[in-house]
Design a protein around this ligand. Structure first.
Ligand SMILES: Cc1cc2nc3c(=O)[nH]c(=O)nc-3n(C[C@H](O)[C@H](O)[C@H](O)COP(=O)(O)O)c2cc1C
Length: 326
């Protein structure tokens, strides 16, 4: 699990043996991808966000998102979202029985269908409600409850310090901060100064997040913000080596192909043949930057069988040696 027996930090009584963490990403951070990233060094596991209403209904698709592997413990974090206090608390109670180590509330999703109904980043408009939810959730379940936030709804109404204090005062045990507002979605630059403000406001651990694109950025965001850990989202897709302190240009094409094969195998084992379809979005990213591979990228992104995948891979290998850039 770790080379270092000393935890880097604690989420209440949950030890975390490292400080670089795969971000929760809908459609990406499923069990196969989380397992790979853990193997390369990601110190925690966050599920994709799961809808509290769907959990209470027992929807198969949602419950499946809460599958995890034994090696993901004891830092297995289930993330939920909703706008309704009662449903959030009831869903947390229900999923606690599945054995997570931590339950996290999403307060960062900017997608209008979510934030527009007051869930995800929509909750940031109502800090007292966040306080009530954390107060109730932290009493309703035994595992630590945590939150993932943005800086506020919009630039003129940033409330990250107030929200962070509210979470802490109501029993929250850790906050992951994406340094953007809801209105920014993914545009502009993440504001690392604001993450430093959150770190200076509360005593519970803070995970800094936003625009960590390479290994050097990990040290930069830590130095800039004083955060306890760093969360990496987009830069980890097609690039789990970032958790091992290796940038993409340091990874050989053969290593890339080997990992793609393994990842695809894991996805087919987990999802059946549909795993191949779901793998395409990873495949496109694995192959990003492979010199001259535009045609191959298309073939991989559209392949319909393991054999077609192997054929496409063979074409990539045939072009060796190829320089890789990110
Ligand atoms: C495809 C995609 C899906 C995401 N899904 C989630 C999610 O389910 N829960 C969540 O808290 N954040 C989600 N996020 C936000 C990321 O966790 C992260 O905060 C954001 O991408 C900024 O980090 P980055 O610059 O390292 O990508 C998602 C981001 C992306 C790109």
């Amino acid at each position: 699990m770790t080379e270092n027996p000393q935890p880097a930090f604690w989420v209440r009584d949950v030890p975390v043996y490292g400080s670089v963490i795969l971000a929760p990403m809908d459609g990406i951070s499923d069990m196969p991808f989380r397992r790979l990233c853990r193997e390369y060094g990601s110190a925690m596991s966050y599920t994709e966000f799961t809808n509290a209403a769907g959990i209470l209904y027992g929807a198969d698709r949602i419950m499946r998102m809460l599958d995890y592997a034994p090696e993901e413990k004891p830092q297995m974090t289930f993330q939920i979202f909703d706008n309704d206090e009662d449903r959030i608390v009831a869903a947390a109670e229900k999923i606690e029985a599945l054995g997570p180590d931590i339950i996290d509330l999403n307060m960062g999703c900017s997608v209008s269908g979510v934030s527009g109904r007051g869930a995800g980043a929509g909750l940031l408009l109502d800090p007292p409600k966040i306080g009530r939810i954390f107060n109730r959730m932290s009493k309703a379940v035994k595992v630590p409850v945590t939150g993932k936030i943005r800086l506020g709804w919009e630039r003129a109404n940033k409330n990250h310090k107030l929200v962070a204090k509210t979470i802490e005062d109501n029993g929250g045990s850790l906050i992951a901060v994406h340094g953007r507002t809801k209105c920014m979605a993914y545009s502009g630059q993440a504001d690392w100064d604001a993450i430093a403000e959150v770190k200076a406001t509360v005593k519970i651990p803070i995970i800094g997040n936003g625009d960590v694109k390479c290994v050097e950025d990990i040290a930069r965001i830590k130095a800039h913000t004083g955060c306890d850990a760093v969360m990496i989202g987009r830069a980890a897709i097609g690039n789990p080596w970032i958790f091992a302190g290796k940038d993409r240009h340091e990874v050989s094409l053969v290593e890339v192909i080997q990992l793609m094969r393994r990842h695809l195998k894991m996805m087919i084992e987990y999802y059946g043949s549909y795993g191949l379809v779901l793998f395409r979005k990873h495949a496109v990213r694995y192959i990003t930057g492979v010199h001259g591979a535009t045609d191959i990228r298309y073939a991989i992104a559209t392949c319909g069988s393991m054999q077609e995948f192997e054929d496409a891979v063979g074409r990539v290998l045939h072009n060796e040696p190829v320089p890789m850039t990110l």
